[in-house]
Write a protein that binds this ligand. Structure first.
Ligand code: GAL
Length: 684
């Protein structure tokens, strides 16, 4: 197991070489293409490929009969061209002999339907038999490749929980009972108390009587039980992965081990990630179908990934349009592939792979566009990837060892907070969703913004926003107190700290454990379902007009010494406090009695400015994203990306004289020209 200690957004990957390449599928191509591929991809700057995540049928065509020939040959050919390999355990797609002879390893969905052979992720992580097979194939592959110098690391499985995470198989049912027994130390009374089973006559006498929770059978579930089910799923996949990680580390301690996330039902700030050297992330920005929102969305998601455990590698990023089932993405326009890649790198990627080497001619993803087209003619995506490859060959190493620097932090990355919300959402947007909205406002306004978990290091931040963390761990409070007394501005959104870690409502007056920090209490709250019919608005001190709210209101009672920044202006709330500000030593806590929607957060910026709480903007020009990464050798690197449809001139950081990607001198006055989708890298 990796012992790199506490997970933090400030943790670099410790890779010594910037990895660049793609997933590669030798099983999809004939000998002629395979033989020519190493030269083709080396010419585009590849130094790594990832292989075998769906190739169990080739590696073990019959039980206990292994055939590594195709991968041996491909790894050797790639290696001879200077391209090394990340291998994958192939457990996302068991071979047919396994599912035929042992259908009991298959997952079962909430309708009780057993998943079938023919797509992927159909085996249960809770099946002891499947875990046996998983260990066997991992052992066989690890032993075979133990001394192969071209194999540098491993990816476990592929995108755990990407299609679905629920499991209602018999094996999952048995594991659930044992998981509960361990969680409640064998005391069924503790389970009854923790879950509030007095409600709707759920009281249990024995752990064996507790069934796996299913939504709407026939109606609402117990939220505490539903949250524990998510914890159980996360622990299950963590144990499944740990089997593989332990084998790989025991065979060759020099290999790194990673996994390509990030999906629901996995606690990426927990043992799942502690077991890895670093997290991998698969970036598919075109799932945001609105081109105007895509950059902000990609930035927010990358920052959330970094909040789990620090820098990561991109194991897949789309290079062309993705087409599956009933959708087909827009085709990235010239420059967009490179621009998305640099956004990922700017925001914490220490290695980068483009999905996939070439579009496959068959199967469910025959229209998932790769770097090279079906006809094996390299066109503009290949040329763009080659440009990126040349850039990374020059500057990649310089990026390693640094972390992303920012001033505004948005709270995120907590598994319990997110899944607690999902189990009883009341139709309100989730903390993750609201975090993205808040992140987007600061991002668009040109601030250096990122995502930080509340227990992580906060002291470099000027502002820290906790959107709507209904579930709240009291252990986080001292860290927040330190941040505030040290001079930070903490902004707390409505409903924060109204629930405990088990997903039950707290008995204290709200905002519960944050009451002393906020210096105010919540007197009344309510949902806004039809703000058009019963509009609510609040008025900021000295503001000429009212600001409407949506989704939620809270009427606040400020303690003596707490300032009121805004009062409600409408209906029965008129005149009561809506937003408060409490000073603590050098800092302050702003409690906002409504939801931090995009529009509302935009209206909060001038108020923060008046208070002197805002940092300096990092970007001087609208539509130009600027991200700063520290350099291991000191100083920093600035990445600039132009999202405008026109060429812009951007002031370069004071004293900077060269742009590194094109290796060009900066114009006099430190100005830099950036074409649409243009990217620049500056040492400063
Ligand atoms: C990822 C997955 C790949 C491929 C790709 C395009 O989620 O890891 O195997 O399916 O999406 O759909």
């Amino acid at each position: 197991m990796n012992t790199s200690g506490k997970l933090s957004h400030l943790r670099p990957t410790r890779l010594r070489e910037f990895l660049y390449g793609s997933p590669y599928y030798p099983e999809h191509w004939d000998e002629k293409i395979r033989a020519a591929d190493p030269a083709l991809f080396r010419a585009a700057g590849w130094n790594v490929v990832r292989m075998a995540e769906f190739a169990w049928d080739i590696l073990e065509p019959r039980e206990g009969v292994f055939d590594f020939a195709l991968f041996d040959e491909t790894i050797a050919r790639m290696g001879a061209a200077g391209i090394r390999t990340i291998l994958c355990t192939p457990t996302a797609t068991p071979p047919r002999w396994l599912t035929r002879d042992h259908p009991e390893v298959l997952r079962v969905d909430a309708d009780g339907i057993r998943q079938e052979h023919g797509s992927r992720q159909h085996a249960s992580h809770f099946s002891p038999l499947y875990r046996d097979y998983s260990r066997k194939i991992t052992c066989a592959m690890a032993a075979h490749y133990r001394d192969n110098p071209n194999v540098i690391g491993w990816q476990t499985d592929n995108e755990f929980h990407c299609h679905f995470r629920e499991d209602y198989s018999a094996a999952a049912g048995l594991a659930w009972v044992e998981w509960l027994r361990a969680r409640f130390a064998g005391d069924i009374g503790a389970l009854n108390r923790a879950w509030g089973t007095a409600f709707w006559a759920q009281t249990y006498e024995r752990f064996e009587d507790v069934v796996l929770p299913r939504d709407h059978r026939p109606t609402w579930q117990n939220p505490a039980q539903a949250l524990d089910y998510q914890r159980f799923l996360s622990d299950g996949v963590t144990a499944f992965q740990r089997d593989q990680v332990d084998i790989l580390r025991a065979v060759n301690a020099g290999w790194f081990v990673t996994h390509n996330g990030c999906f629901g039902g996995i606690d990426y700030r927990g043992d799942f990630t502690r077991d890895l050297d670093f997290l991998g992330y698969d970036a598919y920005p075109f799932f945001c179908f609105d081109p105007a929102e895509r950059a902000a969305n990609q930035a927010a998601v990358l920052d959330q990934v970094r909040a789990y455990s620090g820098n990561f590698i991109i194991l897949e990023q789309q290079s062309g349009a993705g087409g599956q089932g009933n959708y087909f993405h827009d085709n990235p326009e010239p420059g967009e592939l490179r621009c998305m890649a640099w956004r990922s790198i700017a925001r914490g990627a220490d290695g980068f792979l483009l999905f996939r080497e070439r579009t496959c001619r068959f199967g469910a993803e025959e229209y998932w566009v790769g770097v090279v087209d079906h006809d094996n003619v390299p066109r503009r995506r290949y040329r763009e990837a080659a440009r990126l490859g040349a850039e990374l060959a020059r500057v990649g190493r310089e990026l390693l060892g640094g972390t992303v620097i920012f001033d505004v932090g948005v709270a995120g990355g907590d598994f319990v907070v997110q899944h607690g919300h999902d189990s009883l959402s009341h139709g309100l947007p989730s903390p993750k969703h609201m975090g993205e909205a808040v992140h987007g406002v600061f991002y668009r306004a040109g601030y250096a913004v990122g995502v930080v978990h509340p227990e992580d290091v906060l002291d470099r931040l000027k502002i820290y926003v906790i959107p709507h963390f209904a579930l709240f761990d009291p252990a986080w409070v001292p860290n927040l107190e330190r941040f505030v007394s040290g001079g930070g501005t903490l902004v707390v959104g409505a409903r924060t700290a109204c629930k405990d870690w088990q997903n039950n409502v707290v008995g204290e007056t709200l905002p519960g454990v944050l009451r002393a920090l906020a210096g105010a209490t919540v007197e009344e709250y309510g949902r806004q379902n039809r703000p058009d019919r019963r509009p609510l608005a609040l008025r900021f001190k000295d503001a000429p007009a009212d600001t409407p709210t949506t989704l939620w209101y809270e009427q606040l009672l400020p303690d003596a010494g707490t300032e009121v920044l805004a009062t409600w202006a409408t209906r029965h709330l008129a005149g009561s406090a809506a937003i408060t500000c409490r000073t603590h030593e050098k800092g302050r806590v702003i409690y906002v009695g409504t939801y931090l929607t995009r529009e509302f957060t935009e209206s909060l910026l001038p108020v923060l400015e008046q208070l002197g709480a805002l940092p300096k903007k990092i970007s001087a020009i609208d539509g130009v994203e600027v991200v700063v990464r520290s350099r291991a050798e000191g100083g920093a690197l600035q990445v600039l990306i132009n999202h405008n449809e026109t060429t812009v001139r951007v002031p370069a950081p004071v004293g900077a004289t060269r742009e590194l990607l094109a290796d060009r001198a900066l114009a006099p006055g430190g100005q830099l020209e950036l074409e649409p989708n243009g990217v620049a890298l500056i040492r400063c």
